[in-house]
Design a protein around this ligand. Structure first.
Ligand code: CA
Length: 645
């Protein structure tokens, strides 16, 4: 029993009970099992063990108080495969809770599982290494269920919508799908929408359920509905590792979408462990709601930050995850983000793990004193190894995300020429209401899971009708130009899965819980949109060949010169493509965007120039004349043959 604890303020808890040990949760080996939790307000804490995920208590044992609010219990044996939870006594009441640090859980995650993690490694996982980091980071945003739910995916039914869909070669006998398709596309990273255990899908329910998964329950456990068996808690762990291993084997790195800004329920395991500590409250005592999901995790408090850091490091080490995308990063703090960057760099090498996030929140949130929100306006305080989604670039290219009919540069918007020429520098030379340290902080993108797909947005803004299924040449051209601008801008590159084959959600702008049929990738579209797919493949190949364009240093902005507005909708600029050990053939690039409805003639500067990209092919090689014709609604890139050596 512990009786020295009265109610403390959160600040006092941080000061008096701050615990920096890395051993919270359960550590299970062949010879011992050690349970540790941080629950400084508890008077008494009992561990309850179960033989099954949903069975009766098998053993009930009191935990021993240790230093700094930690409770512990050790067994001289492996309890691998047992389930457990805690009974916490406080103010004469007992509260049941699963373990927020758990690495395994039962079906639907309301009971934790003891796991000897070495027993969950698929064959060869110990030798699994991430593919080498290349010239550029090109991220493909994908939802696990969307990937293989379609019958045309070629994936057998038992694996459709599951982790294991990534482990099969990927073809339906007629054309490449799934993994084979990803490999051909040439992206360097796959960013997977949340695959920690989330609460909105019943893991015992049917396959027709769907959710994006931004509703965390067990932060350090993979989601069960993507596993082939939810009754044995080790299966989801092994299959999730198999997915990552398969992506690595195919040369693709894995980014995990993480949601540390709020939890599914405010009555979470964290709340039950230490009531009032892990969330932010308004002055009237109500929960703050900057996430628009009912609660905000109180990043900025010592043990909250430790929890988040430990969780990120756990996924990086145990699952070999190569990067993290932080949901509503604006609710987290600059200090926490920089700390995570530092810890990842120390453990894995500088910049080896990618980090980026949404530099905004849904609403204001009462932050801790002395902290700064990781918002766009504070990019200058964030480490330059932390990227932010550039909504400025997105909106200037295709128009506002919420107003379907509102156009951007490629679909009829006016007076955007200057802004487009700022966007290509990642806003490093002004034009936006923030100043990045370098374009390394910029994630260039034109569509993501949120809001309309690019195709739907273009249809709405260019035609104003609901015919999302027709193959429309003008929409196709605008799509290509939008992608061309994105891929010729300085910064990191990000695209939504299917953007490259006219993905439609039939005008649905927020499909987080729509049917899997609305959300899934329709693999046959890769055939119908062969031209667009091949254009994106070309852009990806081309980008990797242009080292000057891939430069992310603070001085990269000075590579861009001779910006010109030729007329409404037509702009161009030059980019110095020389690097120290020149690997490219082109020392200078000329890039032209023509968003107007007429073709336009552009004079080519002195020297021997080659057309490397035009309206039909994104990666070609053709000698240029003194004057080139840039087709309506298209982009062109020319390279000058090396003169500097
Ligand atoms: Ca779940």
């Amino acid at each position: 029993m512990r009786d020295d604890i009265a109610m403390y303020t959160n600040k006092e808890l941080d000061e008096k009970y701050h615990y920096d040990g890395k051993d919270l949760g359960v550590h299970c080996t062949e010879t011992e099992t050690v349970f540790k939790v941080w629950s400084p307000l508890a008077k008494k804490l009992e561990l309850r063990l179960y033989r099954e995920g949903d069975g009766k208590v098998w053993l009930n044992k009191e935990m021993q108080p240790a230093e700094n609010g930690v409770w512990q219990l050790a067994f001289p044996e492996s309890l691998h495969g047992m389930y457990y939870d805690y009974l916490i006594w406080r103010d004469g009441e007992a509260v049941e809770t699963a373990d927020p640090y758990a690495t395994g859980c039962n079906c639907n995650g309301d009971r934790s599982m003891v796991v000897n993690l070495r027993l969950t490694d698929p064959p060869g996982f110990e030798a699994d290494v991430s593919p080498k980091r290349g010239e550029e980071q090109i991220v493909y945003e994908l939802h696990i269920k969307d990937f293989s739910y379609d019958k045309d995916s070629g994936v057998k039914e038992a694996y459709r919508g599951k982790y294991l869909a990534f482990t099969v070669p990927g073809t339906n006998g007629e054309y490449p799908t799934c993994m084979e398709y990803l490999k051909n596309l040439g992206v360097t990273h796959v960013h997977l929408l949340p695959f920690f255990d989330y609460g909105s899908v019943n893991e015992a329910g049917d396959e027709k359920q769907y959710n994006w998964g931004y509703d965390p329950v067990n932060y350090n456990v993979p989601e069960g509905s993507y596993a082939t068996d939810t009754t044995d808690g080790t299966v989801r762990i092994r299959e999730c590792k198999q997915m990552i291993q398969a992506l690595h084997e195919n040369g693709i790195r894995v980014v995990m979408d993480v949601v540390y800004n709020h939890t599914y329920r405010d009555d979470s395991w964290l709340q039950r462990m230490v009531p009032g500590y892990y969330y932010r409250y308004e002055e009237d005592g109500s929960l703050s709601n900057g996430s628009a999901c009912g609660n905000d995790i109180a990043a900025g408090r010592a043990m909250v930050d430790n929890y988040i850091v430990d969780s990120v490091m756990y996924w990086a080490k145990e699952y070999h995850v190569d990067g993290f995308r932080f949901d509503l990063m604006g609710l987290l703090t600059v200090e926490l983000m920089n700390r995570i960057r530092g810890e990842l760099d120390r453990e894995f090498g500088v910049g080896e793990k990618m980090m980026y996030g949404e530099p905004w929140s849904a609403d204001d949130s009462p932050m801790e004193d002395g902290t700064r929100a990781a918002l766009k306006k504070n990019a200058c305080y964030l480490d330059d190894g932390i990227g932010i989604f550039s909504d400025d670039t997105r909106d200037v290219i295709k128009g506002h995300v919420f107003y379907g009919e509102e156009p951007g540069f490629v679909n009829g918007g006016e007076n955007l020429e200057n802004l487009v020429l700022h966007a290509v520098t990642g806003w490093k030379d002004g034009g936006a209401e923030f100043c990045p340290k370098s374009c390394a902080q910029i994630m260039n993108y034109i569509s993501a899971h949120d809001n309309y797909t690019l195709w739907d947005k273009l249809v709405l803004s260019m035609h104003g009708d609901n015919d999302f299924s027709s193959y429309r040449e003008d929409v196709l051209a605008a799509n290509k130009l939008a992608a061309f601008i994105c891929f010729t801008s300085q910064g990191n590159l990000f695209l939504q899965a299917g953007e490259e084959f006219g993905r439609t959600k039939f005008g649905e702008g927020n499909s987080y819980c729509s049917s899997p049929e609305i959300n899934m990738l329709r693999w046959h579209q890769t055939v119908e949109f062969k031209e667009l797919v091949s254009y994106y493949q070309g852009l990806i190949r081309l980008r990797k060949k242009l080292p000057g364009l891939c430069d992310k240093s603070p001085s990269a902005v000075s590579r861009i010169h001779d910006k010109k507005i030729h007329k409404d909708g037509v702009v161009s600029f030059c980019l110095n493509n020389c690097v120290k050990e020149h690997r490219g053939q082109w020392d200078e690039l000329l890039i032209v965007y023509n968003a107007s409805s007429d073709s336009y003639m552009v004079d080519v500067p002195e020297g021997q120039w080659v057309i490397l990209s035009d309206n039909s092919e994104a990666d070609c090689e053709r000698m240029a004349e003194k004057e080139i014709q840039v087709h309506a609604s298209s982009g062109m890139l020319l390279g000058r043959k090396v003169e500097c050596v």
